[in-house]
Design a protein. Structure first.
Length: 386
């Protein structure tokens, strides 16, 4: 009797306690300093990584702490910087964007370091639910720096967080989904080597979740699929059909299954004037249904007066050379006899490489027309592994 009475009296107390815990989780009291830092970080909306960010962080810590932790001032890294908007290297951002992000880098690194120094654990946990993706990412990073015990549980909560965040390295920027960035942070040898990483069991559990949860659409899922072999062909095919991811379809093509031909043909239509992955898939699986698409794309290349994409030509010719057809022979001859000599030279290098990789006696006459010096051969043979 007394036992039931005690339980009856405790129920309201337990209920009130649970409600209080839920309220605290949803309504954390942030200090004024943390609020100000969050506003400053959110204003930039860019995550800073790379050697320069690490250097600025170490230098800031050095001057904050004197020689207490660092006896020598950190040395500035020898990082290649974009010196003009006409730099020959191709970047994902414009020169003006680069200058903008580069100018904000030191401030953003400093704000993040201050956040890690002044924010309490409960504040950081709450900030992983912030409306701004850059705050969610920096908050999780800060928790990993402290080797937060339940980091993997937080990671699992964000596997469907598809909002994108800009990540700026030393000279270039990329957009990543928040869920992907969480995974990158916890992956060995990525971004920050000193934070809490996934254990072997956690990695296995993550892989299982990536494959079994159809709501997860992260790049990490694609990366995992790309490690699969033919034993997992059904998983590869299911992902390819849902995502129409060119890399995955090109990998699927390696297994040369007739039932995948329609999927690859659809990729030509989907990618339009730049069917890079469709060309790669066709090279891996030279199905008869793809020949018209290949010839049509080749005709478009022959009409170009400039701007040839060498990787596209590489896959195009390696695909075409696997079709011993008169139509292919004629178009290869047209490429060798292009009116513009400098374009003819580009075409013939990749035709020569294709015949080197996929020897075909049907095209011996084409091969005998190609004259390359040793330098040209060495240059194009660098593409042999692709």
């Amino acid at each position: 009797m007394h036992k039931y009475l005690i339980i009856k009296l405790l129920i309201p107390v337990l209920f009130a306690t649970l409600c209080h815990l839920e309220l605290n989780a949803q309504d954390v009291h942030f200090s004024g300093k943390v609020k100000r830092l969050v506003k400053k970080i959110a204003r930039n909306e860019v995550l800073m990584i790379g050697e320069m960010a690490n250097y600025l962080d170490a230098r800031y810590e050095y001057y904050q702490n004197g020689e207490r932790f660092n006896r020598l001032e950190p040395r500035r890294p020898n990082v290649t910087r974009i010196n003009s908007m006409y730099d020959r290297q191709q970047y994902n951002i414009s020169f003006n964007q680069y200058r903008l992000y580069d100018g904000r880098r030191e401030f953003q690194v400093r704000y993040f370091r201050d956040l890690t120094n002044f924010a309490r654990e409960d504040e950081l946990i709450a900030l992983t639910q912030h409306e701004k993706p850059v705050i969610r990412c920096y908050a999780f990073w800060a928790l990993l720096e402290q080797h937060y015990e339940d980091a993997f549980e937080l990671l699992k909560e964000h596997l469907t967080d598809n909002e994108e965040v800009i990540v700026f390295g030393d000279v270039d920027a990329h957009s990543h989904k928040v869920g992907d960035f969480y995974i990158y942070l916890m992956t060995q040898d990525k971004i920050d080597p000193f934070v809490r990483k996934l254990s072997e069991k956690e990695q296995e559990k993550l892989n299982e979740m990536l494959m079994t949860n159809s709501d997860i659409e992260l790049e990490a899922k694609r990366d995992l699929i790309m490690t699969f072999e033919e034993d997992n062909i059904e998983d590869i095919r299911a992902f390819a059909q849902k995502s129409m991811d060119g890399n995955v379809i090109a990998r699927l093509a390696k297994y040369k299954q007739d039932e995948d031909a329609e999927l690859i043909e659809n990729l030509f239509e989907l990618q339009g004037d730049d069917p890079y992955h469709a060309l790669k898939a066709s090279r891996n699986f030279p199905h008869p249904d793809f020949l018209d698409n290949l010839l049509e794309f080749h005709q478009a290349q022959l009409k170009k007066k400039h701007g040839l994409d060498e990787l596209s030509l590489l896959y195009l010719y390696q695909a075409l050379i696997q079709y011993p057809e008169e139509a292919v022979f004629k178009q290869l001859e047209a490429a060798l006899n292009h009116k513009k000599q400098y374009l003819a030279e580009v075409h013939q290098k990749f035709i020569w490489l294709a015949l080197k990789k996929y020897p075909a006696s049907f095209f011996n006459k084409i091969k005998n027309q190609i004259v390359l010096d040793g330098r040209d051969k060495r240059e194009v043979l660098k593409f042999m592994e692709y």
